[in-house]
Design a protein around this ligand. Sequence first.
Ligand code: NDP
Length: 311
Amino acid sequence: MSKKTKLLIIGSGPAGYTAAVYGSRALLKPILLQGIQPGGQLTITTEVENWPGVKEIQGPDLMVNLEEHAKVAGTTIINETVNKLNLKKYPFIAISDNGTEYEADSIILATGAQAKWLGLKSEDKYKGFGVSACATCDGFFFKNEVISVIGGGNTAVEEALFLTNFAKKIILIHRRDNLRAEKILQKRLFSNSKIEVIWNSVVKEIIGTENPLSVKGIRIQNLSNDKETELSCKGVFVAIGHAPSNELITDQLELHNGGYVVTRPNSTETSVPGVFAAGDITDFKYRQAVTAAGMGCMAALEAEKFLSEQK
Ligand code: NDP
């Protein structure tokens, strides 16, 4: 099956849905393909306290609201994932996982980012058996256990705080001697008696049993004196940042800073005219829901301008 559209939006985080609202209001009748995780990263977080105008909302609820808004505005939202994208042809061609071919006069790429891993063999081995990158998904399995959280940014601190709902103790392991996370989150972390922070340390190995596969602990190295120590824990949550989800376009668009899509200054225009990038796929600096939404708005306005100039 093949479908034609003036504007194809790929991705369903704050950038994609905001682009959809603006694209619909410009009467471009956008089609939005949601991808493998409809709603994106916010669907695996808990409270969001920095979306302006809403003091507190659960991440999944915020994404349901955004989806509903995009739908009501006039976007056709389809639960498919793009497997192949051809930006060398015009109109552009996207092929989804069920084989549908989308022919698009313009594209907004809003595929976001995904969690990074430490890259240890033992991490790979115990993924899903005690090693996770999603506290909201897997925290429940560690009731009254000791859990390690790796990282020093907002995600690590939020995950550590969330995991105190289940675990008896959380050990946060950070490679430096101060955290990158927002001060308000740090304050909550330091005042929580269930959380211990181990500074200047990195994980060298995740230790576990073979049959059944399960985590028993971790071996960490103190970077100030190179000393290695083993700690007992049943769960390891890796929260060391995110990498852009750029698989569709690695050899088609200009990239920089470890795979983020290059956009022109103060614009969402990419190296291919008619293709715009918004949110975590291009933003290596702010990476906030609200900045992603702002870029989604810019991308839709720029797509509209591009399309009107084509005529
Ligand atoms: P960040 O990039 O902010 O932090 C990653 C952390 O992991 C850093 O402390 C970093 O250490 C550490 N790290 C990176 N690589 C390694 C490694 N190989 N081994 C050990 N530690 C490592 O990522 P986050 O996922 O925390 O946040 C991403 C973005 O999303 C940020 O802009 C953040 O503000 C935002 N965010 C906002 C939230 C909110 O507003 N509520 C919630 C969650 C995320 P170092 O500090 O030494 O570089």
